[in-house]
Design a binder for this molecule. Structure first.
Ligand code: UDP
Ligand code: MG
Length: 313
């Protein structure tokens, strides 16, 4: 049996090498136990930092690593689709380049596969408010997918996913160019098995790791990373925006009520409607940006989903 691990990569220089080591350790262990083989398909989604060099170096040492270079950045879902289409395994595992994933998580999803599941979603147990935060942002993305014409129903963010060959074949052969796996999984007719797993690092540890890696980078004079991983792993902006919105609402409500007697009804109504429209519009705008971050840009069916520039290994 062969396992394909697909990882989308966009500017991950600080953590890529360490994450690859962890993922390989997990895969090697599974392969030894089950007499299987593995391939890692790293999809370079137009990285502008040192990620590709790190992948190349690793590819020279490890023939099981296949690098698919997209010609520019297409977004996570497109990168994942490119990886899935290239995967030759009997089972396909999708995972982010994410230090919070512990060694052993792939083994967990494989257990479910051996027990007969065709699609497995594995959720990392949240630290603190993380589970609530995930639910809120899943909700926002779900609303955005409704408004911005994404096909299918968004099934939420899972940290690691597994597809049997049968499930992957159906997904890959769907005629839709917009392959948002997160919204199409529930079209293919297989039950989605959901499990959860614990992380091996705390957020503080992760932040420290990223900081150290950046310091090392600066000392070695590497290119500056245009996207800060540290910022990405800190709590999202959603909550500050919600708090701000609530604050604004309270202020508006107070002003409206205190003026109630002196200002004519119509004015209050007009101000409220304008405010509500503005609020709704900014929410949609924000929801769209969260959605794009989560699933990539929305393609129309005439657009090319991705162009492969080169394949290494
Ligand atoms: N990623 C990608 N293209 C992008 C953005 C992200 O391939 O345009 C990859 C990224 O390298 C990582 C995964 O998708 O492996 C998830 O990205 P990120 O951690 O930024 O997203 P989040 O965990 O916040 O959903
Ligand atoms: Mg992440």
């Amino acid at each position: 049996m062969k396992i394909s691990l697909v990882i989308p990569v966009y500017n991950e220089q600080e953590i890529l090498a360490e994450v690859l080591e962890k993922y390989k350790a997990d895969l090697r262990h599974i392969c030894k136990e089950t007499e299987s083989s593995y391939e890692i398909i790293a999809v370079n989604d137009g990285c502008t930092d040192e990620s590709l060099d790190i992948l190349r170096k690793e590819g020279k040492l490890n023939r099981s690593l296949r690098i698919i270079n997209l010609d520019t950045r297409y977004g996570k879902e497109s990168a994942v689709t490119a990886g899935m289409e290239a995967a030759s395994g009997d089972v396909i595992i999708l995972a982010d380049v994410d230090l919070l994933n512990p060694v052993g998580v792939f083994e967990r999803v494989m257990v479910e596969y051996f027990e007969g599941s065709n699609i497995v979603y594995a959720y990392r147990e949240g630290i603190g408010f993380e589970n609530t935060k995930r639910k809120v942002s899943d909700g926002i993305v779900r609303i955005a997918t409704r408004f911005f014409g994404v096909e299918g129903k968004y099934t939420g963010k899972a940290n690691v996913m597994l597809y049997s060959r049968a499930a992957a074949d159906v997904l890959v052969s769907l005629p839709n160019k917009n392959k948002f796996l997160r919204t199409m999984d529930n079209w293919v007719g297989f039950e989605i098995k959901k499990i959860s797993y614990a992380t091996s690092y705390t957020r503080t540890e992760i932040r420290e790791k990223v900081r150290d890696a950046k310091k090392l980078d600066r000392e070695q004079g590497h290119a500056k990373c245009p996207r800060s991983k540290a910022r990405e792993h800190t709590p999202s902006k959603i909550y500050s925006i919600c708090a701000l919105t609530l604050g604004l609402l309270l202020v508006a409500g107070y002003i409206a009520l205190s003026q109630f007697v002196s200002v004519p009804w119509m004015w209050i109504l007009v101000i409220f409607i304008a405010f509500a429209v503005l609020l709704f519009a900014s929410f949609l705008f924000y929801a769209r940006s969260v959605m794009i971050k989560r699933i990539g840009t929305v393609h129309t069916d005439e657009e090319t989903l991705y162009i492969i520039e080169s394949v290494i290994n």
